[in-house]
Design a binder for this molecule. Sequence first.
Ligand code: SF4
Length: 145
Amino acid sequence: MQSELSELLAEIAAIKWPTFLSDGDCVGTDPTLFDDEDYRKTIAAKKICSECPVQKQCAAWGIENEDAGIWGGLDDKDRAKARRGKRKFVSLEKRWENLEWRQDMLSEKSASELAVKYGKTERTIYRWRNKIQKRAIKRDNSLNS
Ligand code: SF4
């Protein structure tokens, strides 16, 4: 169990948040421009990105982490093209959800509380906890052998 917790904390610490965004030309603009849900807004967003001083960093971040929106002037199709042939893509949001889920399963929170949070029955929460505990025990055993 200890290794599962240590690994989880290391993964959280390793997340590099996009601090460059505060230097971007999108600061103070309408954030919905970058949602990529309205063609006219997308054109306006891409125009802003084209002159942004952190455009390259932002595009690289988007390719590595984001599955929606405009990042560095790239939309989701542009990013999918850029990822072709690379390892399987998992968005930061999904990775974060997975971390949160593991943290919850290892926490002292009650099954009833987690059942409400995840929209599942308490029985499912017990099953999930059992699964993560078995995995942690297996990992601890392999580290000790
Ligand atoms: S490239 Fe575009 S989305 Fe990225 S920081 Fe600059 S203006 Fe914002």
